[in-house]
Ligand binder design. Structure first.
Ligand code: ATP
Ligand code: MG
Length: 597
């Protein structure tokens, strides 16, 4: 097909939008692909919509190829479905809620587990109906705290979400593996540079969960990868090697020591140095200090009258080795859906037994508050801890004797150079953008909805689910993020709104007629063509626009045209002359080759 630039609904901008920080956002707005309506809410203009549809088409093909069936649920979801799972309360502020004219509560779906589960329950009743995998490609709504970077993090965005339903764990594992392979094909076809990251630590018996992260400096997610082997994981999912338990008997008694003004690890270590303090017979080091950080943990709970969200707030001491900071994101991931923040002045004021700068595990325990400890804090390990009194610490405080953590917690920061959990090399940090997530969800939703189907032996079985998402609109922005230059966008053939941009650069009717003829031939050969037929536009502006809009190939009817020569430009690559009669074949080859690569 041919689209004429003279008719296309587009207006290119020379200036970056004021609110744009990342290249994809700047360029997609400047090139007239998207247009901002409100924070995190964008219109898809014709060029953007075509590119988005191409991403969708790749996703759809690969989903269909693994036997998933497409359907579409409503965006508008009644509250009661979300009450079944408790998510009306638990989802928190990101859930967009509304009331209809009768006062009934509704929400705009942020994800659709409830609808998938309820619908399967309504329609399927026997083992013979399983397994099944369903998907949709649909707008999702989340009132993100920080919508950013155009459609990278929108409040309205397009997601492909699929769910597999199996009767046993082997079935689930197979469905998961099929999705994993399909996702690899999708992101490979789209030419994205990505890694597959372990997303859960498995510490709480969690089953397989992996995130597909596009490698990008604009990414909000930090992930680690090992210098050897193919270990990659979210920082939140990195598992710390636990300390070795040791016998408590025979260890030196805990001793209260005077540490005037030692409220930081540095000052504490210099105290230890000056006083020849030792632990386990060696001089005290930062790794021997146990830092107890007081945090406030807020857990959502249903309010007693069933109206709105209530919350349970409590203080907890988080104990990590002194050479590391507490990573609140890691901590929060470990206690989800609870939220975590550092305790504030007011919290210390309200709990005078917490002595700022000298907090230790004892006072917390004595006052009925929990202490959560880093996995390195093994039973029998000995530490220098806060003394819960001004200018005091306790030396040789032994876990399991002098203090008693109630749970092991992954809250300490992960650092470059830490050993990889699988023993292959060390970790390095990189940034990425989550483009997909596959997850063995299990029976959480089927149990909540009491889905029980008749098993082969006549007994009821509760199906187990897999959950698989792709941020379709985000993926397009990610491609722009990974593929652009100073001049503009540079789409791979798989998503470019048009394959070829034909430019009538030379003046006169004949040049335009030649451009028309070429566009016609290319279109007849099945390519999508954008034809710059705008009257009274300088060649310079045409070239600038072509670079900004980012089609993979341009064919220029320019100066050499009188001698039967055209110019063929590869976006982000070479430009060269071709004889006019060879141009179409040459382009067909180039597009074909790009599709194969
Ligand atoms: P994130 O950590 O980026 O907020 P998420 O964990 O909330 O993502 P999921 O609930 O797993 O995301 O949603 C599936 C996919 O939808 C994600 O992998 C991501 O690609 C995409 N996605 C999630 N939130 C947004 C958003 N606000 N805008 C655009 N795409 C999004
Ligand atoms: Mg999110």
């Amino acid at each position: 097909m041919i689209e004429r630039l003279s008719k296309l609904f587009v207006r290119t901008l020379r200036e970056d939008p004021a609110d744009a920080e990342v290249p994809s956002h700047k360029l997609m707005v400047r090139a007239g692909y998207i247009r901002r309506v409100a924070p995190g809410v964008y219109s898809w203009l014709p060029l953007g919509l075509r590119a988005l549809r191409k991403v969708e088409a790749v996703v759809r093909e690969e989903m269909d190829a693994i036997g998933a069936q497409e359907l579409q649920f409503p965006v508008l979801v009644p509250r009661d479905l979300y009450e079944v799972t408790g998510r009306w309360t638990e989802y928190g502020d990101a859930l967009l809620r509304l009331k209809d004219r009768k006062g009934a509560d509704l929400l705009l779906g942020p994800t659709h587990e409830e609808l998938f589960t309820q619908t399967v329950k309504d329609m399927f009743s026997s083992y013979k109906d399983f397994p099944t995998t369903l998907y949709q490609i649909q707008n999702k709504y989340r009132d993100e705290e920080r919508p950013r970077a155009g459609v990278l993090r929108g409040r309205e965005f397009v997601m492909k979400d699929s769910y597999s339903f199996d009767l046993d764990d082997e079935g689930l594992a197979e469905a998961y593996a099929r999705h994993r392979a399909a996702y690899r094909r999708i992101f490979d076809r789209l030419g994205i540079d990505y890694v597959i990251c372990r997303a859960t630590s498995g510490a709480m018996g969690g089953s397989a969960s992996e995130e597909f992260l596009a490698v990008s400096p604009s990414g909000e997610d930090t992930f680690v990868r090992a210098t050897e082997g193919d270990y990659a994981a979210n920082v939140e999912a990195v598992v710390t090697k636990p300390g070795e338990p040791r016998p408590i008997e025979g260890q030196p008694e805990a001793a209260v020591v005077e540490t005037p003004g030692a409220t930081t690890i540095e000052s504490l270590l210099s105290w230890a140095h000056d006083n020849d303090a030792t632990i386990d017979g060696h001089p005290v080091d930062a790794e021997d200090v146990l830092k107890t950080v007081v945090v406030k943990v807020t857990t959502p709970v249903a309010a007693e009258d069933g109206e709105g969200a209530g919350e349970d707030v409590r203080l907890v001491g988080v104990a990590v080795p002194g050479d590391r900071e507490v990573d609140l994101k890691r901590l929060e991931a470990a206690v989800e859906p609870a939220a975590v923040e550092l305790a504030e002045e007011a919290d210390f004021a309200a709990h005078p037994f917490l002595v700022k700068g000298f907090v230790g595990p004892r006072a917390l325990e004595d006052h009925g508050l929990e202490v959560w400890a880093d996995p390195r804090v093994a039973e029998g390990s000995s530490w220098l801890v806060g003394g819960d009194e001004p200018d005091r610490h306790v030396l040789s405080a032994v876990a399991g004797r002098d203090f008693h953590p109630t749970r092991s917690i992954e809250a300490a920061e992960v650092r470059e150079g830490d050993p990889a959990p699988d023993g292959q090399g060390v970790l390095e940090l990189a940034r990425g953008i989550e483009i997909g997530h596959i997850f063995q969800l299990g029976r959480k939703y089927t149990e909540a909805f009491e889905v029980a189907v008749q098993g082969e032996d006549g007994k009821p079985v509760t199906p187990t689910m897999g959950s698989y998402g792709i941020g379709v609109s985000r993926v397009l922005a990610v491609i722009a993020e990974q593929s652009h230059d100073e001049q503009g966008l540079s789409w791979p053939v798989a998503v470019a709104p048009y394959h070829v941009h034909v430019i009538a650069a030379a003046k006169g009717e004949e040049a335009l007629a030649e451009a028309e003829r070429l566009a016609g031939e290319l279109s007849d050969e099945g390519l999508d063509v954008l034809l710059d037929d705008r009257p009274k536009v300088s060649p310079g502006v045409r070239f600038k626009d072509a670079e900004l809009l980012g089609m993979p190939f341009s064919l220029v009817v320019g100066r050499g045209f009188a001698d039967g020569k055209l110019e063929l430009r590869v976006r982000g690559g070479e430009a060269g002359e071709v004889p006019a009669e060879e141009a179409v074949d040459r382009l067909l080859e180039l597009v074909e080759q790009a599709r194969r690569d």
